[in-house]
Design a protein around this ligand. Structure first.
Ligand code: GDP
Length: 530
């Protein structure tokens, strides 16, 4: 095996998905603690800034001249080189959040044990399912009163439609939380609050068969545990690595990120069960990082510089195969020419730093003078393959954009198109009328503010946004359908994208089903082709 292949094989690139407040940041911090990337929990930056109000956030972007949103954290643990992809949540939830999942080889889903599956988890989860990547579940906050464990698993299976396999099992929750039972080793890991998780805790483990354990747990908890294990062994799905790899079975772990309990156990198992960089589909067939020696990568995110003085952008790319060295030239397939990859950046724990080498599985941010688009392929391979594109994800908020000063039409069109090219917004037009009005769709509402701010500051164009009531968009898969004869619902609106492809907007979700029923053969999709 070549040095490069060895480097690629030890890489683990994954995204953590969760509903806001489930504990994603806390868990990430604890991972970094074990990896030695930080010495004290509570030092991952970005979180505090992410919580700032919109205006503050813009100011911060401006001051630093670079985006504050991180993209990937890299650290070493147990011989693995780990890349955690950040999936922006909260108010900065955007299409980028979805796109990030396109660059991951697996996903860790963090669920609040007292809440079960929540809305945002569901949305992100759908993208993982579409890609058939392994999904691991960490049920967090067991130090708080949690839902019944069987109910939690049921919730995941029903809501997300994936089978679960608990690797360990919690003993109580909240004040009565005593630890977790490892079904494989038949050991109980006893809960101790490791100084609110600022240090790595000493883990105390006892075999389920020792009498000592009975005394510690108390009779009631012990009896309940025995009953639950019996029930579980009879009812739960058997662990099956193949199903895990296909994303059909999710291994489930319990713990408490805040108190640092169950985190290292989870990390160890997860690293064993997850995958090294996966092959990726191209127009010339699957490209496997284990056999393809040449460098290849695709762009999954473009971040504009908020500083007016530097109107450059950073293109984030996922390296799929081979090795990268700073300043190397590679062929940009969509652009049709060689480009030099300069100023490569990577996030290490809490700071951005320049790097000189990277391998398949890694993510790098490259200075982009405006030549890259989302989904573009870069490669040094002789047969210049193109990686499968990144789908366009359904926006959930729509607004009509009006220009205040119609004299500035040219700037307006240029600005809005550039911002759309970066993938921050999607633009549409009325279907039939010759009206030049533009409808903007976004995944997260913050993008409306970003659009307005950037048009004003970078293009000197003032706009008025009029919110539209639509919440659901569907691409029409069979484009040959006669749009004029399409029989929809009263809350439906026909629009088209910039390539004149027809789409439908709906206020109510149930209208989608009705429209499908009324139009024989109509096929609608939640994902668009880019
Ligand atoms: P994120 O929004 O998913 O990144 O969530 P955070 O990591 O910021 O956590 C949200 C809140 O839950 C914070 O106040 C954390 O301190 C708290 N929290 C996270 N994990 C735990 C846990 O295991 N137990 C308890 N009790 N609180 C937790």
């Amino acid at each position: 095996m070549s040095e490069i292949t060895k480097e690629i094989e030890r890489r683990r690139t994954f995204a953590i998905i969760s509903h806001p407040d489930a504990g994603k940041t806390t868990l990430t911090e604890k991972f970094l603690l074990y990896g030695g990337a930080i010495n004290q929990a509570g030092s991952v930056k970005g979180k505090a800034t992410a919580r700032h109000a919109v205006s503050d956030w813009m100011e911060i972007e401006k001051e630093r001249g670079i985006s504050v949103t991180s993209s990937v954290l890299q650290f070493e643990y147990g011989g693995f080189c780990i890349n955690i992809l950040d999936t922006p949540g909260h108010q900065d939830f955007s299409e980028d959040t979805y796109r990030t999942l396109m660059a991951a080889d697996s996903a860790v889903m963090v669920i609040d044990g007292s809440k079960g599956v929540e809305a945002q988890t569901r949305k992100l989860f759908k993208v993982c399912v579409m890609r058939h990547i392994p999904i691991f579940t960490f049920i967090n906050k067991m130090d708080r009163d949690a839902m019944d464990t069987f109910e939690l698993l049921d919730d995941i299976e029903k809501e997300l439609g994936i089978a679960t396999c608990p690797v360990n099992w919690p003993i109580g929750s909240g004040k009565a939380f005593q630890g977790v039972y490892d079904r494989n080793s038949r050991e109980v890991e006893l809960f101790s609050d490791t100084q609110k998780g600022t240090r790595m805790g000493e883990v105390q483990k006892l075999s389920i068969d020792t009498g000592e354990l009975d005394g510690i747990l108390g009779e009631e908890a012990r009896t309940k545990l025995d009953e639950e294990i019996e029930l579980l062994d009879g009812a739960a799905a058997e662990f099956d690595q193949e199903l895990v790899s296909k994303g059909e079975l999710s291994p489930v772990f319990f713990g408490s990120a805040l108190t640092n309990f169950g985190v290292e156990t989870f990390l160890r198992h997860f690293l064993d069960m997850t995958t090294s960089p996966l092959p990726r589909m191209s127009d010339k067939g699957e490209i496997d990082p284990m056999t393809e020696p040449d460098f290849s990568a695709f762009v999954f995110k473009i971040q504009a510089n908020m500083n007016k003085a530097h109107r450059d952008r950073i293109a984030f790319m996922r390296i799929c195969s081979g090795a990268f060295t700073a300043g190397m030239s590679v062929y940009h397939v969509q652009g049709g020419k060689e480009v030099r990859l300069s100023q490569p950046q990577q996030m290490m724990a809490s700071e951005r730093k320049m790097i000189d080498s990277a391998y398949g599985g890694d993510i790098i941010g490259i200075f982009d003078p405006g030549i890259f688009s989302i989904g573009d392929t870069l490669t040094n391979a002789k047969d210049r393959y193109v990686y499968e594109g990144i789908p366009t994800f359904a926006p959930e908020h729509f607004a009509r954009v009006r220009q205040m000063d119609t004299m500035k039409r040219k700037q307006f069109v240029k600005g809005i198109n550039q911002i759309a090219q970066e993938g921050a917004i999607q633009i549409f037009q009325e279907y039939n009328t010759g009206m030049e009005e533009i409808i903007v769709g976004v995944v997260g509402v913050l993008q409306f503010d970003v659009l307005k701010y950037r048009l004003e500051n970078e293009y000197n164009v003032e706009i008025l946004l009029e919110n539209l009531p639509y919440e659901h968009i569907r691409w029409i898969e069979n484009e040959e359908i006669d749009m004029d004869r399409l029989s929809g619902t009263s809350d439906m609106k026909k629009i088209k994208d910039l390539k004149d492809r027809p789409l439908l907007l709906f206020i109510h979700e149930w209208s989608i089903r009705m429209t499908l029923e009324r139009n024989d053969g109509l096929r609608l999709s939640e994902f668009g082709r880019s």
